[in-house]
Ligand binder design. Structure first.
Ligand code: 1CP
Length: 342
């Protein structure tokens, strides 16, 4: 066991991920580091997204900001498109759109230029950020790495993003390019996650944000087999699978993930009863944090914790914290998890 593994095994989140009895349910939130937090704007210093996330000092600071609320994990501040950048595809962040490639992958030549085995030096800002976060924290905390799953990342590489019909059209017209892209992203993702674990990431989350919009047949072709391969290829730390509002929980549980992140469409208690060996993450509705009052947030969190039953549960949202979420609601989300008495 490495020193990092020895340190990591005692964290509340890791013990919850192993299904052990825990003193309380750990809490963190997808997109906890970001634009909803006024402190984040203060450190952003007008830098573009990629310049900011490649600045190790600043990105480490952004990752740590949510710790002041009492979250039980730090998620590192980079993006699911950070990996294709290291494979040779530069991106920029377009306001109100999201990450857009400088030159969308449209030809076999373009896909063959993407390195399926990017060397860790090409994303050393991320591993250095991890080390910087470890050094800066004044108490040991689990640090989470993540990657996008090939389907979702491929949609950004071809420039279609969450426009599912545009993605379908591309796949129909360019099946060879599409499959080569998925293959290259799969091997790069396995290498990347292994590197992050070796550097001390204590768990990772695989985000297939847009695969929940697929039909079951499409999901079987473009999503689930790749989840399996990545989760089997990068082991040694708890593995969380997230597919936004996924209609196919029965397919998610067959991937080898240790933890499945549930959507608001899932009933946490039903999922627990049906799959008692698994750990579930979620599933407070992020809309309540965005539009509700702190009192409403408290009620929603308490209901979620009751349904979770106190073990094999990591409290989170159904999706990321929205940029318009009031700070008081995020504060209540975390505080309620700390104070809940069953
Ligand atoms: O300028 C900014 O700050 C832009 C917003 C932003 C942030 C805060 C982007 C651009 N990326 C990030 C960081 C990020 N991205 C993190 C780390 C911070 C944290 O979680 O606290 C993570 C985990 C991601 C993951 C990510 N990026 C996903 C998967 C999660 C999800 O929300 O479903 C996706 C789909 C992206 C793409 C992306 N990157 C950025 C934006 C605005 C988007 C979404 C675009 C869209 O909705 O189509």
């Amino acid at each position: 066991m490495t020193v990092a593994e020895m340190k990591n095994k005692d964290h509340l989140l890791v013990r919850a991920a192993r299904g052990e009895a825990i003193e309380r349910v750990p809490v963190w939130a997808m997109r906890q580091a970001g634009r909803w937090d006024p402190e984040f704007h203060k450190i952003r210093s007008g830098l573009g997204f990629y310049d900011f996330s490649e600045n190790v000092e600043l990105a480490a600071k952004a990752s740590i900001l949510p710790v002041r609320f009492g979250v039980d994990a730090v998620i590192l501040f980079y993006d699911i498109t950070t990996l294709p950048v290291s494979m040779g595809l530069p991106f920029s962040l377009q306001p109100n759109i999201g990450p857009v490639p400088a030159s969308p992958v449209r030809t076999l030549e373009a896909v063959l230029k993407l390195n399926p085995y990017p060397q860790p030096e090409t994303y050393s800002h991320v591993t250095r950020m991890l080390t910087q976060v470890q050094k800066t924290l004044d108490k040991p905390m689990p640090i989470l790495a993540f990657a996008g799953a090939p389907f979702t990342v491929a949609t950004y590489c071809i420039g279609t993003g969450k426009d599912i019909n545009a993605t379908r059209k591309f796949i129909q017209e360019q099946p060879i390019i599409w499959h080569e892209l998925l293959e290259r992203l799969t091997s790069a993702t396995i290498g990347f996650l292994k590197t992050m674990i070796a550097h001390g990431a204590c768990a990772y989350q695989l985000f297939d944000s847009w695969a929940g919009m697929l039909t079951e047949k499409e999901y079987d072709l473009w999503a689930q087999p790749f989840h399996r391969r990545i989760l089997a290829g990068a082991t040694g730390a708890p593995r969380i699978l997230f597919v936004k509002e996924c209609p196919y929980l029965h397919k998610q549980v067959e991937t080898g993930a240790d933890i499945i992140s549930l959507g608001k469409r899932n009933d946490l208690k039903e999922a627990r009863d049906k799959y008692p060996h698994l750990v579930f993450q979620g599933n407070v509705d992020e809309n309540i944090l965005r539009t509700g009052t702190p009192a409403e947030v408290k009620i929603a969190v308490e209901e979620c914790l009751r349904k979770g039953g106190g073990t094999r549960h990591i409290l989170n949202l159904n999706h990321g914290v929205d940029r318009t979420t009031p700070v008081a609601n995020f504060e209540t989300f975390v505080k309620t998890a700390h104070e809940f008495k069953g």
